[in-house]
Each structure stands twice: as structure tokens, then as C-alpha cells.
Design a protein around this ligand. Structure first.
Ligand code: GDP
Length: 593
């Protein structure tokens, strides 16, 4: 049974593509506010740190009323997933709005969240926003967005998504890219028609997964989530399934729903509703609240283990206290423990001395955000350099790896390849856009990412975008800092070929010889498909600073024989010499010298 009076929609957008303005326009045009009521501050607005880092850190909710249907808009964190938050938040939704700037197009930061949304089966609606911009290129942006959905979709229906063109700033939307006026009604219509109402069994006993926590100085901790089954009412008896396996009995205090950006007190809420519940003081994110008759909690989202740690220490230097407020170890400890309550991927342990705490998190960025947030709150303390957390696997030492997604101007290609090969990154994909920008995917040990963000920002002149996704533990990738090199030799007839790539991540130079001439270029990507190997080569002008680090290149010809897909992929990933003979080689961007 599906409810028709409610829609739960996640909103996915790159920072600055207009998420806030869009939700604001929807709120203004819905019946949440009386005509003379001020909408006030732009809603869902990112905090300054989010804006600086180009990522969204915290998820928030808004509810909009349209034609008797309540639309819950669920904000999603834009970038790094610090502990299953993205998945938990998306779990509340049945559909998603993917907001894309009509001039900029889809950005790699949104890819991760979109992929998760599609994996969870959410129905997508593409909103091409800022259609009023003079440099808007809606047709191209739609194509790029469709490509992305095509690549990530997990279900048939997701490929048949509605497209709405909008100017959130001017408050209109339409189904044609030529729309220049009107209101948001077409977007409301798309949400009502294309996002299914929540599945619910109102007769079942109450169950709700706690997705986020709110704090209130009077009420303490407030659990927010979507009701899966049954109903919840104030003063109702419930139980909490704690993470540690324990179960406790509680009585619900108040039940709140959302109206606009406010909370409103409810006498009852049903399966499908997103609510905030008081009365369970120690509840944690990911736990289940349920009717006392329930025996099984809802599936919680598995937490990825922390990959990076650093030590926080009371700053006892004589200069401490000049800028921030001097903190004692007790204050520091209390602040960190408070953080752990909501920042669930974070761990805090006591350090070697009473003034030290070891803080572990998902990655350098995760910890850097905490450090920065605390500093902005006025805490003064010292931190050590972040270190990865190693572990012993069945075959020896293992370390955490990430998938690194990069988008950067093509001119930064040489710099990136060099910087990353030195950090043990292996390229797994590369795509040159028409817009003069390249998109790369690398697998890289988390260790190799430490300090990379700054190098990246400088090296791409601030024009690059990077994003990481956690892959898991893999065998230790070796010491960072040494360069090895390899080469691939190819001829256009496909007979000549390949030379061993000593450690594919450092595969350096491509020699291509149509006829007798030898061309050199930097291999920046290999894609194997059936018996074809697509080789992406960057322009010779980027080669200058690479030659030096790829000095000893041996060249060998091997007899023609098409490689299997596995062989071709081995070329990309193996840590030893391999020989490959693609039947044909296609060269993109081949401006070689
Ligand atoms: P968010 O980071 O995704 O929440 O983006 P915002 O809603 O804060 O918008 C970022 C910037 O884009 C702001 O300066 C907005 O005024 C502007 N903006 C948002 N929507 C539109 C639009 O439809 N047209 C134009 N021209 N600008 C817009």
C-alpha cells in the first residue's frame, strides 16, 4: 500500500548549482507560508566551511505542501561520505531531484550521491537550473547528465526520467528549455507524478530508523527518521534497539513533523512520515525505535572503519591563548566526545598522556573539517599530521584505499599524472570533455591522499575538483616517493606493440608508430572493450615536466595477438611487467609531436 498524501524526495546538487534557491522558490510558491509571511533566511544554506571546501557537510530537511500533498525535501551531503550518512539520508526518500547548473553541467562531487541514490532505487528527476543564464547550454548539459544516469542507473525506470528546466532565481520551471516565465508548477507536477508515495503498512507495529539527531536545550536529543511501519504518538511506549545489542524501554515525549523549515507538534504520525521524536535520551544514529512487540530492528547501515587518525593535544605553548581560548584537556575531551555523538564515523581514544586524544575518522578531510570547526568555535589545540590506520590482513599488511575522482582543466593533466603516480595512484578511467576539461578516476591508497588536496588546488590553479570514495582495505601499495616508469609501444596497424608497463600506475610514455615514425605522448587512460583498447594520450605540450621522471624506458615489440579484456585490464592494474597486443588502437586527443 502506498500513501498518496506524501512524497519523500532527496535533493542532490553540486554546491552553488542552486539547491537553496530552488527549495526557497518551492517554499514560497507552496502553501506553507501565508502571503504576508517572510520566508526569511535562505533555507538549507550551507555553512561557510561547506562553501569554502566546496562540499556540503550536514543534511537538513524541509517540508512543502502542494495540493494537499506534503513533499518532504531531504537534503543530501554533497561530497564525502563520513560514515554512511549519504545512504541513511537517502533511505528516507523514494525519489531524487538532481539539480544541475545549465551552464556548468554535472560535477563529479554529485556523482557519489547520485550513484547511491540510484542504487537504492530512487526515481530521478533532472532539474536543469539557471536556465536564464546567458551562457546556459541546456542541451549539452542534459546530454552529460543523461550519460551519467545511464552509467549509474541500476533500474530500468531510472533511465526514463523527467527533465525540468528551471530558473530557481526567477521562480519558474517548465518541460522545455525555452521556458522563460510562469511558476514552479511543472516541477511540483513532476514530483507528484513521478515520485511514488511511500510504501506503508499502517497496521504493523511501529518501527523507525534514526537517521539524524537534533539537539534542543529543553528536550535534549531528538531522533529524526522516516517511520517504516505503523504509527507513533506522544507518550506511547516504545523500545530502543541499541547498537551494542541492548534494548531499553522508553516513553515517547513529543512527536514533531516538519512544516516549511519549522517543526510542528503532531498527535500522530504514520508510516512514510519523516518525524522527530523526543524521549529517548541516549539514542544514536542508526538505531531503531520500535513498538515493544517488535523483535527485530531495522537494518542499520554498516559503518566503514576509520582510515586516518591524528592526535589532538592541549596547546601548552607559551603563545597559547592569544588568539583562541585556552582549553584544558577536560574541555578538549568533552568537546570531542560531544562530536562523537553525531559524527558517527569518528572515534576518540585517550592518548599516551592525559592531555592527548587520538581522533580517528574517514579521511584527512573528515578530520580537517573537525579541526577547522573547533578552531572556529574558539578552541585552541595542537594536532599531529594525519596518519593512515594500517591493519594486518591474511596476506600481510593492508592499508585503506579510495577512489579519487578528479575533474580539471586539460592543461593540468601532466601535473596530475605525475603528482599522483608518485603517490601510488592507479588510473582506472579518463575522459576528455568537449569543454577543455578532463575527468579522471584513480584508485589510490588513502596514504597517498594525505596532503594532496593542497597540492591539487595549487597545481590546478584552483580550477580542479576532487572527490574521494572509500574502497576498503587492500594490500600495502609500497613506499611512496619513488618513480618507476614504463612504456607502451603501438603501431596503427595494431601489429607492433606493447611494452611492459612496470607498475601500471606509473605507465608513462606511449610511443605510437604509424609507419616508421615514432610519436610520444603521455598515456593518460586506457579503456579496454572487447578486443579494442582505447588509449587516451595527452598532448605533447604537457610532456615537458614528465620526461625527467620517466627516464629508463625499455621498448619491445611483441607478436600481434589481441589481448583479452583481462589482459588489457592487467595492463592497467598489474604491479609487474605485462605485454599486451591490442588489435586496434584508437587515439583520442592525439596531438602528438
Ligand atoms: P546551493 O549551494 O546549491 O544551495 O546554491 P544557491 O541556491 O545558494 O545558489 C548559488 C548561486 O546561484 C546564488 O548566487 C544564486 O543566486 C544563484 N542562482 C540560483 N539559482 C539560479 C538561477 O536559476 N539563475 C541564476 N542566474 N542564478 C541562480
Amino acid at each position: 500500500e502506498r500513501r498518496s498524501d506524501i512524497r519523500n524526495v532527496a535533493i542532490i546538487a553540486h554546491v552553488d548549482h542552486g539547491k537553496t534557491t530552488l527549495v526557497d522558490a518551492l517554499l514560497k510558491q507552496s502553501h506553507v507560508f501565508r502571503d504576508n509571511e517572510q520566508v526569511g533566511e535562505l533555507v538549507l544554506d550551507s555553512n561557510p566551511l561547506e562553501r569554502e571546501k566546496g562540499i556540503t557537510i550536514v543534511a537538513k530537511n524541509a517540508a512543502i505542501e502542494h495540493r494537499g500533498v506534503r513533499i518532504n525535501i531531504i537534503d543530501t551531503p554533497g561530497h564525502a561520505d563520513f560514515g554512511g550518512e549519504v545512504e541513511r539520508v537517502l533511505n528516507m526518500a523514494d525519489g531524487c531531484l538532481l539539480v544541475v547548473d545549465a551552464a556548468e553541467g554535472p560535477m563529479p562531487q554529485t556523482r557519489f550521491v547520485l550513484r547511491k541514490a540510484l542504487e537504492l532505487g530512487l526515481y530521478p528527476i533532472v532539474v536543469i537550473n539557471k536556465i536564464d543564464r546567458p551562457n546556459a547550454r541546456p542541451a549539452e548539459v542534459l546530454e552529460l547528465t543523461s550519460d551519467l544516469i545511464l552509467e549509474l542507473a541500476t533500474q530500468e525506470h531510472q533511465l526514463d526520467f523527467p527533465v525540468i528546466y528551471a530558473s530557481a532565481r526567477d521562480g519558474y520551471a517548465g518541460t522545455s528549455p525555452d521556458v522563460r516565465g510562469g511558476d514552479m508548477a511543472p516541477l511540483f507536477a513532476a514530483i507528484l507524478e513521478r515520485v511514488p508515495g511511500p510504501e506503508c503498512d499502517p497496521g504493523a507495529p511501529f518501527r523507525m530508523l534514526v537517521t539524524t539527531l537534533l539537539y534542543d536545550s529543553y528536550r535534549g536529543r531528538i531522533a529524526v527518521g522516516r517511520i517504516r511501519d505503523g504509527a507513533v504518538r506522544p507518550r506511547m511506549a516504545i523500545q530502543r534497539f541499541a547498537h551494542d545489542g541492548g534494548r531499553g524501554s522508553f516513553r515517547v515525549g513529543q512527536v514533531f513533523g516538519f512544516r516549511g523549515l519549522d517543526r510542528v507538534e503532531l498527535e500522530e504520525a504514520l508510516a512514510g512520515d519523516i518525524v522527530a521524536v523526543t524521549g529517548v535520551p541516549d539514542v544514536l544514529i542508526g538505531e531503531t525505535l520500535a513498538d515493544p512487540s517488535v523483535t527485530e530492528p531495522l537494518p542499520s547501515i554498516a559503518l566503514e572503519p576509520p582510515a586516518v587518525k591524528m592526535t589532538f593535544r592541549v596547546n601548552d605553548s607559551p603563545f597559547a591563548g592569544r588568539e583562541g581560548q585556552f582549553v584544558t584537556s577536560r574541555q578538549l575531551r568533552e568537546r570531542l566526545l560531544r562530536e562523537v555523538e553525531t559524527n558517527i564515523a569518528l572515534r576518540v581514544e585517550d592518548g599516551e598522556t592525559p592531555d592527548q586524544f587520538i581522533v580517528s575518522g574517514r579521511g584527512e578531510l573528515h578530520l580537517a573539517i573537525l579541526v577547522e570547526t573547533m578552531r572556529r568555535e574558539g578552541y585552541e589545540f595542537a594536532v599531529t599530521r594525519p596518519e593512515v590506520i594500517l591493519r594486518d590482513g591474511p596476506n600481510g599488511r593492508e592499508e585503506p584505499f579510495e577512489r579519487l575522482l578528479i575533474e580539471a582543466p586539460e592543461s593540468a593533466t601532466g601535473f596530475l599524472i605525475e603528482a599522483l603516480s608518485g603517490r601510488k595512484a592507479q588510473m582506472v578511467g579518463m575522459h576528455s570533455g568537449e569543454d577543455g576539461r578532463v575527468r579522471f578516476e584513480f584508485d589510490i591508497p588513502t596514504r597517498g591522499l594525505i596532503g594532496f588536496r593542497d597540492v591539487f588546488i595549487t597545481g590546478t590553479g584552483g580550477e580542479g575538483i576532487m572527490n574521494t570514495e572509500y574502497l576498503g582495505y587492500r594490500p600495502w601499495a609500497g613506499e611512496i616517493g619513488r618513480h618507476r616508469s614504463g612504456a607502451l609501444v603501438a603501431s596503427e596497424t595494431g601489429t607492433a606493440l606493447a611494452y611492459g608497463i612496470a607498475a601500471a600506475q606509473e605507465r608513462g610514455i606511449l610511443f605510437i608508430s604509424p609507419g616508421d615514425e615514432v610519436y610520444t605522448g603521455m598515456v593518460v587512460g586506457l579503456h579496454a572493450r572487447d578486443n579494442d583498447l582505447d588509449v587516451n594520450v595527452c598532448r605533447a605540450k604537457h610532456l615537458t615536466n614528465i620526461r625527467s621522471s620517466t627516464a629508463d624506458i625499455a621498448v619491445k615489440l611483441v607478436p600481434p595477438q589481441p589481448p583479452s579484456l583481462e589482459q588489457a585490464l592487467t595492463l592497467i592494474t598489474a604491479d609487474e611487467m605485462v605485454e599486451v597486443t591490442p588489435r586496434s588502437i584508437r587515439i583520442r586527443k592525439a596531438e602528438l609531436n
